[in-house]
Design a protein around this ligand. Structure first.
Ligand code: GP9
Length: 411
């Protein structure tokens, strides 16, 4: 293709924060454990209901992590699998079709591939069948050395879609210990599953009491399932510490996409969300996911409100690991060193919708006039300035990403 990452940066208008590259290589040669939490939205972070924390273990990590609070999902029709694609390539997903199907035959320049150049062993862990979302094609496209699916995790303790997150984290830990004992540094992408809609938890896996009004509501069930996942994640973290892996790793956590959306929400759910947020439940909050990086002994509790998307996760992590993406075409940026981001969405919003540092902009379609949401108040605004310049640049960015994907060689 006839363009470079710099051209993409110019279209976004993004700029370097300072002359020095902050945090470069601070986690050199550490393992990378990248945890994708099913359906996790940002409003859960530090949320208390009747004085009880919903995600106490993740909240505890914040005290020693960099927490990006203004990051958004960017998936298309491929949902969870598109999130996997985004964070492993820093490219835009296909949109109307799952990327794992639309580009099934392609070989992507990717995080696993570049990490292999630095002698990492690259693995991905998901407790479902590999065939769901065509992952038997996606994982070779991404270049993982090894995948672990339900055939490794077994069929005990099934909740909803598959083996519970407890089984996922326990057996993932076993595999990581083995790699560590073999003195093999690794990149492990770990995908949780239990907190998948409809979020119905068996009674013996409910660990907090919610007020009566949450009983049998979607919001209530969502909160209970996220609390469960947080609990077993806490056990996984303890296990990593006991096995001596924790201090020699980078642990990053993010959400793949929203859990509470659309027709699933009843009136009672919207009322509960209004109580939780202190305002109605706008689409800005629906798409807002957490992104947290803990480098034990290095990072300190820092909250960063700079705008980001799932597309930025790969370049942010490679900077920390001292891995160069110099010859890569990427559409994201290192969130610790660049600002003035432009984050695109399509499929769940009309193509060309974007987040910039101030607003979420949705262009005019055949059905609706354009709309603008303020990222601070989260509310619809009456702002009338011309949003078309960024909208046009966003469309151009999608064209470049699609062209690039089409130009890639087959596996
Ligand atoms: C399926 C699981 C859930 O394997 O990852 O996918 P989703 O329905 O959330 O896209």
């Amino acid at each position: 293709v006839q363009f470079t990452t710099e051209d993409v940066m110019a279209l976004k208008g993004s700029t370097r924060i300072s002359d020095t590259l902050e945090y470069f290589s601070v986690a050199k040669d550490r393992n990378l454990i990248l945890i994708q939490i099913e359906s996790m939205q940002n409003f859960l972070i530090n949320l208390e209901i009747n004085g009880v924390e919903v995600t106490p273990n993740i909240n505890k990590l914040l005290g020693e992590s960099i927490y990006f609070s203004n990051v958004y999902q960017q998936i298309g029709a491929g949902n969870t699998s598109d999130a996997e694609f985004l964070v492993n390539t820093s490219l835009y997903p296909a949109g109307k079709q799952a990327t794992s199907k639309a580009y099934a035959d392609k070989q992507f320049p990717s995080l696993p591939r570049v990490m292999k150049e630095y002698d990492y062993f690259t693995t991905t862990f998901h407790a479902d069948y590999i065939t769901y979302w065509n992952r038997q094609e996606l994982y070779p496209s991404l270049g993982f050395d090894k995948f672990y699916d339900i055939t490794y995790f077994g069929e005990e303790d099934v909740i909803g879609f598959g083996p519970s997150d407890e089984v996922l984290f326990d057996k993932t830990l076993e595999a990581l210990v083995e790699m560590d004992e073999n003195k093999q540094k690794f990149y492990a992408h770990v995908l949780s599953l239990t907190s998948h809609t409809p979020f119905e938890m068996p009674e013996d896996k409910v660990y907090i009491d919610l007020p009566e009004k949450y009983k049998d509501t979607l919001v209530g069930n969502y909160i209970l399932s996220m609390n469960y996942t947080d609990k077993v994640l806490g056990d996984f973290i303890e296990g990593l510490k006991q096995e001596g892996i924790w201090d020699n790793s980078v642990i990053a956590i993010y959400g793949d996409h929203s859990g509470l959306h659309g027709r699933l929400l009843q009136e009672v759910d919207n009322k509960l969300m209004r109580e939780i947020l202190g305002y109605g439940y706008p689409i800005v909050d629906r798409f807002n996911i957490p992104f947290i990086i803990d480098i034990p002994g290095v990072t300190k509790g820092t909250k960063i409100d700079r705008l980001g998307g799932q597309i930025d996760i790969m370049p942010t992590l490679t900077n920390l690991l001292g891995i160069s993406l110099e010859n890569h075409i990427i559409f994201g940026q290192d969130l610790l060193n660049y600002e003035n981001n432009l984050i695109g969405m399509r499929y769940y919003l009309s193509t060309g919708s974007y987040f910039d540092e101030d607003v979420l902009f949705l262009p005019t379609t055949s059905q609706r006039e354009s709309r603008t949401y303020d990222l601070v108040t989260r509310q619809l605004t009456e702002r009338k300035e011309d949003f078309n310049d960024k909208y046009k640049r966003m469309i151009q960015i999608y064209e470049l990403s699609d062209d690039y994907l089409n130009s890639l060689p087959s596996k």
